[in-house]
Design a protein around this ligand. Structure first.
Ligand SMILES: [Ca+2]
Ligand SMILES: [Ca+2]
Ligand SMILES: [Ca+2]
Ligand SMILES: [Ca+2]
Length: 459
């Protein structure tokens, strides 16, 4: 926001005022805007008429106002590739870096697919600049509208010092892809977005404009911590395409789509209103290691991942983790048991599911309520569980294993599913937010009921 300039009550020649507006950053009551006008990588402490991204970050870091904005106004309407010679300064002041401020760019407006136009690319110019693209070390920073590729880590949020970069927003970017969102520019080994001390940060967001596309990394999104004081908590990863091109179609594999470890907890990966597409991972879609708990995985579509969609990984042992009696085991997401599906049937306009969930035994009769995520797939994984290609919705399920009463069976119904995706699989999430791996698959059967108007479903 551009505020008013508080000028002293003295006469200032018009020529001087004009110069001030041209050459000085725009100062508002609470924020300063610095405008990048050059794709060069010249260093300097001020962001004057000819300002590089490096100069703008340096100037923002010294900004006396509590927040800064870095906009782009580089002449010519082409894609501008900013090639970094050495590591950029950390973004160490609350700053919004907005690639969509560049002329002729626009955020995505499509719920499915992509019509964004990105005009600012960030890539290394040499091996010595390859380690890291943007390094955010202040709270309340936003990065949007950039194509960042060629770095071992695209964006790092938070250093290993405690409390360094809370409330960051990374939205509307291509990470691991150039500005066209599709050209294969190689693979980068590290992490698209590395999340360190970055509590309450958001990767993506609920609007189409907020979607990131994250591709060609070892870990598309990866948590990172070195001790208990810099564990990233309560991070949202929603509405991203992970492992595809911008349209969500072509294979632009990460090795793992999302990797959460080292006690990172309280993450929300996918919302009903903002699902992620997690596709083409060379091993698993989503891995959860160690003591990380209360991580909710909802509403994500897992397509073409070589391994499981969701893998809870105790003691570094990957693969399907079997249910245990009464679910007393501990580990990532407390190794929440998955439902055991016995039947799925199509009754006119509803999909009916019957299942059981082995929950902890309680001394008194207690209704235990879980959220069951329901997914359809074309083919079941070789493991017998997953993959969960299309999220259909979730429903609450109440079960009892208390005192002498044991009723761990439940039934739920959802609207009819696409007939070509005949394999149904589910997850269970407890009230604390621990989501299970995927359940077994069952094939949808025609129901026993009488179909209206002679309608016969095809399977
Ligand atoms: Ca497992
Ligand atoms: Ca039980
Ligand atoms: Ca268990
Ligand atoms: Ca357990």
């Amino acid at each position: 926001m551009i505020g008013f300039l508080k000028l002293p009550r003295v006469a200032i020649p018009a020529r001087v005022v004009a110069w001030m507006f041209l050459a000085l950053p725009t100062v508002g009551a609470h924020a300063t805007t610095f405008t990048v006008t050059s794709s060069d990588d010249t260093a300097g402490t001020t962001c004057a008429a000819n300002c590089t991204l490096r100069q703008a970050i340096t100037a923002a870091n010294a900004d006396a106002n509590p927040a800064s904005t870095i906009n782009f106004h580089i002449p010519q309407a082409k894609v501008h590739r900013i090639k970094i010679d050495t590591a950029l300064p950390n973004v160490d002041h609350p700053t919004t870096i907005n690639g969509y401020s560049q002329i002729d760019s626009q955020p995505n407006t499509l719920i499915s697919g992509d019509d964004r136009v990105i005009k600012i690319e960030l890539t290394p110019n040499s091996n010595s600049a390859k380690d890291l693209g943007l390094y955010i070390t202040a709270d309340n920073c936003t990065v949007k509208g950039l194509a960042i590729f060629g770095f071992t880590t695209g964006i790092r949020i938070g250093s290993s010092a405690a409390n360094t970069a809370y409330n960051a927003t990374i939205s509307g970017n291509f990470i691991g892809l150039p500005a066209d969102g599709t050209t294969d520019v190689g693979t980068f080994g590290g992490s698209g977005i590395l999340v360190n001390a970055a509590n309450n940060s958001t990767i993506g967001g609920t609007s189409p404009a907020a979607r990131n596309v994250i591709a060609n990394y070892f870990g598309g999104v990866r948590s990172f911590s070195t001790n208990t004081t810099n564990v990233p908590m309560d991070v949202m990863v929603v509405n991203n395409y992970i492992g595809t091109d911008a349209q969500g179609v072509l294979d632009r594999s990460n090795v793992v789509g999302i990797l959460i470890s080292d006690g990172a907890s309280g993450w929300t990966v996918g919302l009903d209103a903002a699902p992620n597409l997690i596709a083409h991972s060379l091993i698993e879609g989503l891995q959860l290691y160690g003591s990380s708990t209360k991580n909710r995985f909802f509403a994500n579509d897992f397509v073409g991942n070589a391994g499981q969609g969701i893998d809870l990984i105790p003691n570094n042992v990957t693969g399907k983790t079997p249910n245990d009696p009464d679910d007393g085991d501990t580990g990532p997401n407390n190794l929440q048991n998955f439902p055991v599906l016995s039947a799925a049937s199509q009754e006119y306009d509803s999909l009916l599911l019957n299942a059981t969930l082995d929950v902890p035994h309680t001394s008194v009769v207690t209704l235990q309520t879980f959220t069951i995520g329901v997914y359809a797939s074309s083919v079941c994984n070789a493991s017998g569980n997953g993959p969960g290609e299309l999220y259909l919705g979730n429903r609450p399920a109440g079960v009892i294993d208390g005192g002498s009463v044991k009723n761990e069976g439940f039934s739920i119904s959802l609207p009819a599913h696409p007939p070509h995706l005949s394999q149904i699989t589910t997850t269970a999430t407890d009230s604390a937010g621990n989501t299970s791996e995927f359940s077994n698959c069952v094939t949808v059967q025609p129901g026993n009921g009488i179909f209206k108007n002679g309608f016969e479903p095809e399977f």
